[in-house]
Ligand binder design. Structure first.
Ligand SMILES: Cc1cc2nc3c(=O)[nH]c(=O)nc-3n(C[C@H](O)[C@H](O)[C@H](O)COP(=O)(O)OP(=O)(O)OC[C@H]3O[C@@H](n4cnc5c(N)ncnc54)[C@H](O)[C@@H]3O)c2cc1C
Length: 342
């Protein structure tokens, strides 16, 4: 019989578990129920009390590694913590969130335990075995994996499961001791971009995509890049949306054309960009060509604003297309959002 361990960790504030961790709790619970297998949840936090209380109704054995050393992500301490949790749980299946913190250490921990690892898992299936699903070749081919090797580590992509939200309550936590290795890395502080400089927001409900049209000559024969930048940033501020871009727009810098200074290739959506998961998407000044739209695979509802009535969006790629000038459209949308705030 399998023994399932879900690895979780606290967020930057240190108290609550990250949303991605809670999503893996849901996946672990579903798998444990389906296989009638015991479930343990491992917590890595400075103090695991609040996190444990939020998991009280999960029906799982709760294990925790606690202490100041685990306040920050660091290979040596995180790997030691997760190794200790895996050994304490004697787990054959280990599920973990595929965020930067555990992606960095999971392969190392699997190696220490003589196990195997697969990453970017989007679903877990199988009636009495574990079948893990992931996409290959830029989300074009979906594969289902099974393995005999144990322990089997599976890193789950964020946004693929609902976050666990049980009734908080008193919880019994078994604290697991960790023998820390010599620590060579000290965290001297955290430097993060200002909130509105961070335009990639994986947890946002809406993906807003800017296309090359924003920096092209408009019907008056002029380029309005500064106005475009203000409209886009104004919308992001008011809506909390995540900013994506077409390849043409982010490539323009190299061709000496006007660019929006807050965009980088990290914003690029598509075949050679990213494939984010959001409930809704709004494309503006973008043609909706296949190499771009393939990055929209996991966007629930798609809308687009384009001047071109023959653009790719109107040819079956979007649910709703507004054939309109995005400048006045977004200015009006921003005014409405500001009005609603006030
Ligand atoms: C191998 C390969 C990989 C690629 N990978 C990617 C990828 O990962 N991601 C990606 O995005 N592309 C990718 N591409 C490029 C892709 O094929 C398109 O060239 C690109 O997506 C076009 O970007 P765009 O729609 O922003 O620009 P354009 O094609 O220039 O379209 C601009 C659109 O804006 C509209 N417009 C202009 N002004 C306004 C206005 N005021 N209001 C409303 N609409 C307006 C125009 O009508 C036009 O439809 C790839 C191509 C290849 C060959």
């Amino acid at each position: 019989m399998e023994t399932i361990l879900v690895l979780t960790h606290a967020d930057e504030a240190g108290a609550a578990l990250t949303k991605a961790s809670l999503e893996v709790v849901t996946a672990g619970k579903e798998l444990a129920t389906r296989l009638s297998a015991p479930l343990a949840i491992g917590i890595v936090a400075v103090n695991a009390n609040a996190a444990a209380s939020s998991l009280a109704s999960a029906g799982a054995r709760l294990l925790a590694v606690c202490g100041e050393a685990f306040a920050q992500a660091r290979y040596a301490t995180d790997a030691a913590a997760c190794e200790a949790l895996c050994r304490a749980a004697q787990a054959s299946i280990v599920l973990a969130p595929g965020g930067s913190r555990y992606t960095r250490i999971a392969a190392g921990v699997a190696h220490r335990l003589g196990g195997f690892i697969d990453t970017h898992i989007t679903a877990l299936g199988g009636a009495d075995t574990v079948e893990a699903t992931r996409w290959f070749y830029r989300q074009r081919v979906e594969g289902v994996l099974t393995r005999d090797a144990r322990p089997w580590f599976l890193l789950l992509d964020a946004g693929t499961h609902a976050a666990f939200a049980g009734q908080p309550g008193p919880a019994q936590v078994e604290e697991v001791a960790v023998e820390l290795p010599q620590i060579r890395t000290t965290v001297s502080g955290l430097r993060a971009p200002a909130q509105d400089a961070q335009t990639i927001r994986p947890d946002a409900k809406l993906l807003f995509v800017a296309g090359a049209g924003w920096t092209k000559k408009q019907p008056d024969g002029q380029i309005h890049a500064a106005e475009a930048g203000d409209l886009i940033l104004g919308f992001l501020r008011a809506s909390g949306a995540s900013l994506g871009s077409s390849k043409s727009l982010v490539d323009q810098g190299g061709e000496g054309n006007s660019v929006l200074p807050f965009l980088t290739h990290l914003n690029q959506i598509g075949q050679t960009g990213s494939t984010p998961r959001h409930a809704k998407g709004l494309a503006t000044c973008c043609h909706g060509e296949e190499p771009h739209v393939v990055g929209w695979r996991f966007i629930g509802e798609r809308r687009a604003v384009s001047l071109d009535p023959n653009c790719g969006w109107t040819r079956g790629k979007a649910d709703v297309v507004y054939v309109a000038d995005a400048f006045p459209v977004m200015a009006t949308v921003n005014d409405l959002l500001e009005e609603r705030k006030a």
